[in-house]
Ligand binder design. Structure first.
Ligand SMILES: Cc1cc2nc3c(=O)[nH]c(=O)nc-3n(C[C@H](O)[C@H](O)[C@H](O)COP(=O)(O)OP(=O)(O)OC[C@H]3O[C@@H](n4cnc5c(N)ncnc54)[C@H](O)[C@@H]3O)c2cc1C
Length: 472
């Protein structure tokens, strides 16, 4: 077993959790954090694990909510982020919200006091030293430019930091297929496709006119001043900006009604068509093609549910636009979150393509466990795909499918959601009293069954892999 320390770069949500997991596994750590020597545009303090915006870890209901399930799984694995959140909870209904200063002070104190952790304040301004053979890079959405540039050169990607224009993602089973239909434009069979790869939603002229007006009038999120110097990702414009450029612009762009025939009404040509494209291998999630947007979340739900077929759409992720730094992970990282081009570098946190405080910390947790196993000369089996941790890692390292057509890279950061989980072999259909489950009851029962399956599978994984490693 090596006694060389693992170097963790970035003391945010992911890096702090990774350092904790390593140290608790008996592996020495040097945690490099550039603040306060070098600041970011969003962080305000020199605390580790600072929450840059909201103070919420979102729903804490493990049985009915995917992020609540992730909380439960992280608690089972001794997460410092969850323990510090629980100890600094403030009232917020069913959500876990925290006193932000108390929370990050608790994380900072625990890491400072751990005998196996050294905290080095300073920027890693380029690739980490070649002498460090086990490194976790967790520098987050606001990674400093010299490090981001060095990683970009190593990965041969065109960009790492950009204005991220994210399109909304819809749960497939919430789309009304009595209105929508499967078909690729001109029935074209692309690589990996079968000629019926898209879900199409038709619009009449009146519906299109009203939709364009609603897009233009919908409430938008303002740019922060420091965001104005970052370019749009691959020149991809928000849908409402396209709408503002001309009433017909969308009909000649993402909503063009050509090469498609509505089987529900074959003799009537739709005036415009909205297309959704499969987003994960399971086929449970679809993104709305070309609908990256700066509309506020409430406005998105209201306006996008006016699209025929999407009246009852459930969104796995709403669109958004903010500066971000993340890797094209399915292509660049291996199953153990290591950079294929230089496997001594492992990535964690938002840089890997997860979204949110809890998700970032959870990927930090797993990266810490993976790196600890490597430090012992072992390799840790990934958590089961049925768990929240496993399904999030699956999205990052391979669950996402590339666009069927050529175009801008399609992998985008994602919050945990039940659409990332493998479906149940036999979903519940009846209540304990034998009567049939209907409507929302059925959805709730399905989520509860997925959550119960996740926790049972995680317990087995911990017993088989984590406790065994600790005892070795
Ligand atoms: C403006 C903004 C608002 C957000 N609001 C929310 C929200 O409300 N809710 C939510 O869930 N998520 C939010 N996010 C996303 C949030 O940043 C992530 O969810 C989370 O903080 C990411 O965790 P992380 O550990 O990957 O990165 P961070 O928590 O950002 O940690 C990265 C750390 O690395 C350090 N660092 C960067 N470069 C270097 C370097 N070269 N050398 C050494 N250290 C370095 C940084 O100082 C930072 O401490 C927001 C993001 C941004 C940018």
């Amino acid at each position: 077993m090596t006694t060389k320390p693992v170097h963790v770069v970035g003391g945010g949500l992911a890096g702090s959790e990774a350092a904790w997991q390593l140290a608790e596994a008996g592996v020495p750590v040097v945690l490099h954090e550039m603040r306060p020597v070098r600041k970011t545009d969003a962080h305000q303090t020199d605390h580790l694990a600072e929450l840059v915006c909201s103070n919420s870890f979102r729903a804490d209901d493990w049985a009915g909510n995917a992020v609540g399930l992730l909380h439960a799984e992280m608690r089972k694995l001794g997460s410092l982020i969850m323990a510090s959140g629980d100890a600094n909870q403030v009232p917020a209904g069913g959500a876990l919200a925290v006193d932000r200063d108390g929370f990050s002070a608790a994380v900072t104190k625990a890491l400072h006091e751990h005998p196996l952790i050294e905290i080095a304040r300073g920027e890693i301004a380029g690739l980490p030293s070649p002498e460090w053979d086990n490194v976790i890079v967790a520098t987050g959405p606001l990674t400093s430019a010299p490090l981001a540039d060095a990683i970009r050169q190593l990965t041969d990607e065109r960009a790492l930091a950009f204005f991220d224009a994210i399109a909304p993602i819809v749960h497939r089973d919430s789309i009304d297929m009595n209105v929508a239909w499967f078909q690729s434009r001109y029935d074209k069979v692309g690589p990996g496709g079968n000629g019926a790869d898209y879900i199409n939603c038709p619009m009449t002229k009146d519906q299109y006119d009203a939709f364009v007006t609603a897009l233009i009038e919908g409430e938008k999120v303002d740019f922060k001043e420091w965001e104005t110097s970052t370019p749009y990702f691959d020149g991809c414009l928000p849908v409402e900006v396209m709408a503002e450029r001309g009433h017909e612009t969308l009909r000649h762009g993402p909503m063009k009604p050509v090469g498609l025939t509505n089987p529900h009404n074959p003799t009537v040509k739709p005036y415009a068509i909205v297309q959704l494209r499969q987003d994960n291998k399971l086929g449970t999630l679809y993104n709305i093609v070309g609908f990256q947007t700066k509309l506020k979340h409430g406005a998105q739900q209201r306006v996008f549910r006016t699209i025929p077929g999407l009246e009852n759409a459930e969104f796995a992720r709403l669109g958004g636009l903010h500066r971000n730094t993340f890797l094209n992970s399915p292509k660049l990282l291996d199953q153990q979150l290591r950079l294929r081009a230089q496997p001594r570098l492992r990535f964690a946190g938002q840089m890997t393509g997860c979204e949110g405080y809890v998700e970032s910390a959870s990927v930090g947790l797993i990266a810490g466990l993976y790196a600890a196993a490597n430090a012992r000369g072992q390799e840790l089996t990934a958590p089961p795909a049925t768990t929240a941790l496993g399904s999030l890692l699956g999205h990052i390292t391979g669950g996402h499918i590339e666009t069927i057509d050529s175009g801008p890279r399609s992998f985008q950061p994602m919050n945990i959601n039940f659409g990332l989980f493998p479906p149940l072999a036999s979903p519940p259909t009846k209540k304990p009293d034998g009567s049939r489950l209907r409507g929302n009851e059925k959805t709730v029962a399905k989520k509860q069954a997925m959550s119960a399956r996740a926790l049972a599978d995680l317990d087995r994984w911990i017993a088989d892999h984590i406790r065994v490693a600790a005892a070795a």
